[in-house]
Ligand binder design. Structure first.
Ligand code: C5P
Ligand code: C5P
Ligand code: ZN
Length: 457
C-alpha cells in the first residue's frame, strides 16, 4: 500500500508541473467519473485541460493525441504501454486494467503493479483519486471514486467494497461524502417505485418476482406494503426499515423454498452507497444509479453530458442525462429479452449469444453481465455476448467468481483469442472485451473456448 501511494505522489508531482493537459478517459461510468474527478482537481490547481473520451486506445486513437504536451490517461492506458514513449508527450496513467507492454517514460499508477487486483480492489476512478489526493485537499472527490468502483461492479464479488476501495470508502465516510449500509442489492433505490425495483432486480433470480410484475404486486399485497402515498408511488427510500426488512426476508424465504443455495440467497443483500452531497430522490444520490446514469450518456455518444454531470452540472446536463437513463434502462430490458428469446449456444467451456444489430455494441457487455438470472443461462460458465460494431464484431465476456478462483483470466483469453484472428482485447480476469474482424467470430469462439478450458482445468 505504501508503494502504491508513493507512486501516486510521483504521478501527482508530474501532473502538478504542467500548465495544460489533455485528459483521455474511457467511455464508461468509471471512465467518466475518473475524468470528472481529475478535472475538478485540475481546476483547483489552475491547470488548463481538455477532455477526450474514447472507446479504446489503439494506434489510431493515440495518433490523434499527438498535439498534446502532457496527457493524463484515466481508466485506460495500461494496456498500451508500448505505444506511450512514441507520443512525445509527458504521459501520466491512472488505470486499473491488466498492464501489457512496457514504457520507459510514462508515470504509471496501477493497482496490479503493487499486488492489488484491478477488478475488485481499485477502479480507474479510485486510482485517479489516489493521484489527486496526493496533491492534498482533494478528499471531497472521494464520492466519484466510489461511483466509478460501483460502475465497474467492484462491490459485487464480495457484497461490498474491498481492498484499496475500502480504504477510500472509509475516508469518504469520515468526510461525510458517502454513507455505506447493508441493504437490498437492487437498482433504483432512490428513483424507482418499489414494485418496479423488485421486478427488475437482476442480482439474483427470485422465483415469481424477477421479471414478473403480477407476482411482485401479489407479494407486496401479501406483505401489506402500501404502494402509494399521497397519490405517488413509494420508492425504496420511502419505506420504513421494518418494511424493508419484511420484504427482504420474504424474498429470501421465497428463494430458499425454491431450493436456491443459501450462500447465493445471501447475495440479495449487500453494501449500498448513498452520496450525501446529492439531493434525495435523484439518480445521483445512489452510487449505483449515478454510475448507470453515466453509462447512459457515454454508451450513446453523449459522454460530454456525463462529464458535465461529474463536474457538477445539476441543471441542463443532469436533466438530459436522466432522460438518457430512462432510455438506457429500456434498452437493457430489450437486450435481456433478446437473449431470453434467442437463448445461448453452449460450447464445452463457455456459452455465447450473437445479437448482430439487435443490441448496441456499447451495451452488449452490460446485457451479458445482467443475463445471469435468465432461464437457460448456465450460471457456472462464462457468457460471451457478441454484437456488430463499426470496426468489427464486439465481444464481451463475463465470468464468475468461482471460475476466477479456478484461474479463469478472461482478459488474457480474450486478448489471445482476438489476436489470433486479427483483433484485439483485454480487461480483467472476471470481465473482458475484444473486437474481432467480421466473419471471424466462430474461429475466435472456438479458440477462446479452448483457452478457457486450459485456464480452468
Ligand atoms: O473498463 P472497466 O474496467 O471500466 O470495466 C470493468 C467491467 O468489468 C465493467 O463492465 C463491469 O461490469 C465488469 N465487472 C463484472 N463483474 C465484476 C467486476 C467487473 O462484470 N465482478
Ligand atoms: O466492453 P466490455 O464491457 O465487455 O469490457 C469489459 C472490460 O474489458 C472493460 O474493463 C474494458 O475496458 C475491457 N476491454 C479491453 N479491451 C477491449 C475491450 C474491452 O480492455 N478491446
Ligand atoms: Zn474501470
Amino acid at each position: 500500500m505504501e508503494r502504491l501511494l508513493e507512486r501516486a505522489r510521483e504521478c501527482a508531482e508530474a501532473l502538478q508541473k504542467q500548465d495544460e493537459v489533455l485528459v483521455v478517459s474511457h467511455v464508461d461510468a468509471d471512465g467518466l467519473a475518473s475524468a470528472g474527478l481529475v478535472c475538478r482537481g485540475l481546476d483547483k490547481l489552475n491547470i488548463g485541460y481538455r477532455v477526450r473520451i474514447v472507446k479504446q486506445l489503439d494506434v489510431a486513437a493515440l495518433g490523434a493525441l499527438s498535439d498534446a504536451d502532457a496527457i493524463v490517461f484515466t481508466d485506460l492506458g495500461s494496456g498500451h504501454l508500448d505505444l506511450m514513449d512514441s507520443l512525445g508527450a509527458t504521459c501520466i496513467i491512472a488505470d486499473h486494467h491488466q498492464p501489457t507492454g512496457r514504457s520507459k517514460t510514462a508515470f504509471h499508477l496501477n493497482p496490479h503493479l503493487f499486488g492489488f487486483n484491478g477488478a475488485t480492489d481499485l477502479s480507474g476512478s479510485g486510482t485517479a483519486y489516489l493521484m489527486m489526493r496526493a496533491l492534498g485537499s482533494n478528499e471531497e472527490l472521494s464520492d466519484l471514486a466510489i461511483v466509478g468502483a460501483v460502475g465497474d461492479l467492484q462491490h459485487i464479488r464480495e457484497g461490498g467494497l474491498r481492498g484499496v476501495n475500502k480504504l477510500i470508502l472509509q475516508e469518504a465516510e469520515k468526510n461525510r461524502t458517502v454513507a455505506a449500509e447493508r441493504d437490498l442489492q437492487a437498482f433504483g433505490r432512490q428513483t424507482r417505485p418499489i414494485h418496479k425495483l423488485l421486478e427488475y432486480a437482476s442480482n439474483i433470480y427470485v422465483p415469481g418476482v424477477t421479471g414478473n410484475s403480477e407476482g411482485t404486486l401479489r407479494l407486496l399485497r401479501q406483505l401489506d406494503i402500501q404502494l402509494k402515498k399521497d397519490g405517488r408511488w413509494r420508492r425504496w427510500i420511502d419505506l420504513s426499515s421494518g418494511e424493508r426488512r419484511k420484504i427482504i426476508s420474504a424474498l429470501m424465504q421465497r428463494c430458499l423454498s425454491y431450493g436456491i443455495a443459501p450462500q447465493k440467497v445471501q447475495r440479495l443483500v449487500g453494501e449500498v452507497y448513498t452520496l450525501l452531497g446529492e439531493a434525495e430522490g435523484t439518480a445521483l444520490r445512489d452510487a449505483s444509479e449515478f454510475s448507470t446514469l453515466l453509462n447512459a450518456t457515454a454508451r450513446y455518444g453523449f459522454e460530454d453530458i456525463g462529464v458535465e454531470v461529474c463536474l457538477g452540472d445539476r441543471a441542463e446536463s443532469y436533466t438530459k442525462a436522466y432522460e438518457l437513463l430512462l432510455m438506457h434502462r429500456e434498452n437493457l430490458v430489450k437486450g435481456i429479452n433478446f437473449v431470453k428469446q434467442t437463448g445461448v449456444t453452449r460450447l464445452s467451456n463457455l456459452q455465447y449469444f450473437h445479437a448482430g444489430d439487435q443490441i448496441r455494441d456499447t451495451i452488449v457487455g452490460i446485457v451479458a453481465g445482467m443475463c445471469k438470472s435468465v432461464a437457460g443461462i448456465d450460471g457456472r460458465l462464462p457468457i460471451i455476448g457478441l454484437a456488430n460494431a463499426e470496426d468489427g464484431v464486439k465481444a464481451s465476456a463475463r465470468g464468475t467468481q468461482e471460475l476466477v478462483e479456478r484461474r479463469l483470466n478472461l482478459a488474457k483469453a480474450m486478448s489471445e483469442a482476438a489476436i489470433s484472428v486479427g483483433g484485439a482485447g483485454g480487461g480483467h480476469d472476471i470481465a473482458a472485451g475484444a473486437t474481432v474482424p467480421y466473419g471471424r467470430e466462430e474461429e475466435f469462439l472456438v479458440f477462446l473456448n479452448k483457452l478457457i478450458g486450459e485456464q480452468v482445468s
